[in-house]
Design a protein around this ligand. Structure first.
Ligand code: ATP
Ligand code: MG
Length: 278
């Protein structure tokens, strides 16, 4: 499903508040995605344009890159997603950093209807350091070690340099894991061009969570195989992604983001990072 650009008249209003949410103004809303169809429930995220200190916030473009690459790779993502223009007055509790005089562009993704792994194992509610949390984390880790989708998730996150695949960003869907929240891909939320060095290794949360299980040769081989499959599907779509980037970024940043992904798509690119001979 292609990314969909919605105007502010598609925003029908805010629904229930979220149990889990990060720093962005993430909320559940009702959206009209197609005039002929019933409204959909969607998670809408409003990123600031810049962080305190003036760094350009990259969350919106990162979301777009992550969804685009995952969807083209054939990995499970929410059925529809895209950008939406919003007016300040449409938000019930607009964050202080939002300029009341300016419309803002948000990221939205249709509610996939599944809880995250974090919610499934109730990780957010268990006290830090408690035996219950340690036990639940061990169970979630074991689930991921055994899940057939895990190598593809590690591979995708390596390709797009997503440094935030925390367990709230994987939805526990029957037989698969649905990927959401790519706001920290392309190395992080406030990347600058010098950060986008295609050959570099970046944090990979799922791989780190698996620990020694991710170091075995069969696992690394499976990641490598998934990476090859993913880049074979994403590479032909790179010109289309570049066009999207050109709408959101200045020309030098757009070129840098494109070249970063293009460079990481080269045969054998991941092999050097995970220590497998291509
Ligand atoms: N499309 C979706 N379908 C189902 N659930 C979703 C979807 N998008 C977000 N959620 C739920 O909302 C939570 C917060 O969304 P998301 O991770 O995108 O925002 P966030 O504010 O960046 O969170 P965090 O900073 O904690 O990672 C997710 O953990 C998940 O439970
Ligand atoms: Mg998240």
């Amino acid at each position: 499903m292609p990314l969909i650009l919605l105007g502010s008249n598609s925003y029908r209003g805010e629904l229930a508040p979220l149990d889990e949410s990060g720093v962005e103004y993430t909320h559940l809303a009702s959206l009209t995605v197609a005039a002929s169809e019933a409204p959909v429930r969607a998670f809408v995220k409003v990123y600031p344009r810049a962080y305190v200190g003036g760094q350009t916030a990259r969350g919106l473009v990162n979301e777009l890159v992550g969804y685009f690459c995952a969807e083209r790779a054939g990995l499970p993502v929410p059925p529809t997603a895209g950008l939406i223009s919003l007016q300040h007055a449409q938000l019930s509790t607009p964050p202080a950093w939002l300029d009341p005089g300016q419309p803002v562009i948000g990221w939205w993704s249709q509610d996939a209807g599944f809880p995250s792994i974090r919610a499934t194992w109730n990780l957010q509610a268990l006290p830090q350091g408690s035996a219950a949390l340690i036990h639940a984390m061990a169970q979630a880790r074991e689930f991921l070690i055994k899940h057939c989708s895990t190598p593809s998730i590690v591979a995708l996150d390596d390709l797009i340099a997503n440094v935030d695949r925390n367990l709230g960003n994987l939805l526990h869907s029957p037989g698969s894991l649905t990927l959401i929240d790519h706001g920290r891909s392309l190395t992080g939320p406030a990347w600058r061009r010098p950060d986008l060095v295609a050959g570099n290794a970046f944090m990979n949360v799922v791989r780190d969570l698996l620990g020694p299980a991710a170091e075995t040769l069969p696992f690394r081989g499976a990641v490598m195989a998934e990476y090859t499959t993913i880049v074979s599907k994403v590479s032909p779509a790179m010109p289309e992604l570049k066009q999207l980037l050109d709408h959101l970024l200045d020309p030098l940043d757009s070129r840098a983001a494109h070249d970063f992904l293009h460079g990481r798509s080269a045969p054998g690119s991941i092999a050097r990072r995970i220590g497998v001979v291509a």
